[in-house]
Structure formats: structure tokens, C-alpha cells
Write a protein that binds this ligand. Sequence first.
Ligand code: MRU
Length: 355
Amino acid sequence: MRVDGTPTRTVWWADGVVKMIDQPLLPHRFAIVDMATYADTARAIRDMTVRGAGAIGATGALGMAQAAVAAAPGTFHADVAAAANHLRGTRPTAQNLFAGIDCVLKAIEAEGDNVDRARHAAVAAANAFADDDAESCRRIGEIGAPIVASRPRVSTHCNAGWLAFVDWGSALSPIYAAHRGGTDVFVFVDETRPRQQGSQLTAWELGQEGVRHAIIADNATGHYLKAGDIDMVIVGSDRIAANGDVANKIGTYTSALAAKAAGVPFYVAAPTTTIAMHTPTGHDIPIEERSEDEVLYVWGWSDDGRFIRVRTAPAASGARNPAFDVTPASLITGILTERGLVPASVEGIASVARK
Ligand code: MRU
């Protein structure tokens, strides 16, 4: 990923500190923040300083490495287990978070009671998990680029770009690869209420990469699909169930329904760390319900440079705010992973899932 032309990553390890892009400041400011302890790192996941399934997976892994480095020798395994529980409790839906935590726990457990070795193993495993995320996403781009090249007017929802992973992104990776290969791609960017990952993050990323795009209100997607202005839809995922049902940012299901009605292919792109074989169907995916304030207020930068929130709803109204929805496998044309494009079905998912 390039920010003002300089290669960077979303989250990384630096001598025990977890560094990350401060995402709520985008697109108006670009800043890196430091998380000194695993508790700070957990807070950054919970409050969405870092957001996006892959990014929070890598952050969870790096938080586990911080916990291992800080754990007292006498209570090492208990401290590490407590940290794992703490990190697991930050957000419930994205499978990548649990994959990142488990990957580091496994590396620690393999070292038995040798605390020094376990600490080194934890740091190595966390960095390897982050590198694996970046490489999987690069490969998704390579595999998906020909699809985008043949269907260059693309719709996407939420942010499944490099900010949502360690690098490259899932749904946006094929777009970047096709664009770099010379395809004139045009992206319809759903605004993605209420946290506006589309207008704030995806649009900013696409601008950094020089990809042509337009932000549209979420409720305009059906209109453009029906009008024949969109050749394909591609979105990311926070969790893929064993039967091919997919959880993604709220509003994805509506977009999939509209794509089906318009006869437009609907793709999901995700690294295989997003697959949860222990989650049989979409009904079993826990859906995060976030604060009603995210719906009742809007946040933004005032002309005099202050980050402020403004209430748009009546003072007496409440709100409901599910952060994700489930798109059934029947609406999905194919699932694009680093191991290939597979059907959204029990067989398709089993053929690429990690053992
Ligand atoms: O709630 P967020 O901002 O963490 O959600 C971002 C996501 O993970 C999206 O649902 C995305 O489309 C999935 S692919 C990273």
C-alpha cells in the first residue's frame, strides 16, 4: 500500500510496541499511533482505531506477542491465557481476530515451560501471521485481477482494502492489481452507514492508488445495478461459515439481493483465515450490535479543524445498530481466496479451508 507514494502497512511490530494507522482520523489526517501494552492494543481493536477483519486479526496476534513479552515467568501461562480472553472479548464477529490469537497461543504452547523461548516464538508467530495476511491478499489480487479486467465497473461495500488488512486488502486487491495492469477500473463506493468505512477509508485508499471512483449513498446501489451501470460487485468478509454463508458489513445482504435481481455477479474476497469451519451456517455467526449513537449522530471535521459530532435524529428517538449482516451462499457467485476461486458451498469452502 502506498500513502502519498510511500510504501507502508496498516499495523506492525516495533520493539514491543504495536504501531498502527489511526483510522478514525482518515481521510482528513494521516497519523500513526503506538500501543505500548496488550491492553492498549485491545482497546484499539474495541474502539475501532484499527478496523477491518484482517487488520484486527494481525493486531490481535501482535497483542498476544506483547502479552507474552510482558508476562511474569511465575504466572506466564495464566497471564497469557488472561490476555487471550481479554483480546477475544474486543469484537465478536471477525474470525480473523480469533485466528490471530490462536496462532500465537499455539506457538507459545509448543514451547512448554521455557518462557524465554515462548516469548520469542510468540513474537515470531505474530509477525508471521501478519506477513501471511499480506501475502494472501496479494495472491487474491493476482487471482481476481482477470475478473475485474473483464468487468471493470465495480461496486463495493465497506472497506476491504489495505486499511482493513495488513497490506493489499481482499475485495480491493483485485481492483488494484487490474488497475496496475492497465485496466481502466471504475468503482462505485458505498458510503457504508453508519461508520462510513466506504466514504472515509475506501475512497481515500482508491484515491491514493489513482483508481477512478464515486462515493454513492448506500441506498443508490440498487439503482445503479438495475440501470446496468455496474458489471460486478465484490466485497470482503468478516466470517465465512462452513456452508458458504458470509458475514460482512451491514448492508452487504441488501447489495447481494439487488445484484441477484439485476443478474450481476456478486463475489466475496477473503483470505482463508476468515473461514470458520466450526461455524456451520450464517445463523451461527454472532453479529455485533454497536452503540446507537453511531446511528443517531454523525461525526466529521468542522471547517475550523475540530473533530465533532452532530445529532441528526430527534432527541427522543432510539436506534438499532447491527454492525454486520449475513449474505446466504445462494446469492454469492464465488468466493475468492488465496487458494483460488471456489463456489460458496460446503464443498467449495472445504476445498480451501486451512486444516
Ligand atoms: O466494523 P469494521 O470497520 O471493523 O468492519 C470492517 C470489515 O471488516 C468489513 O466488514 C469488511 O467489509 C470485511 S473485509 C475486511
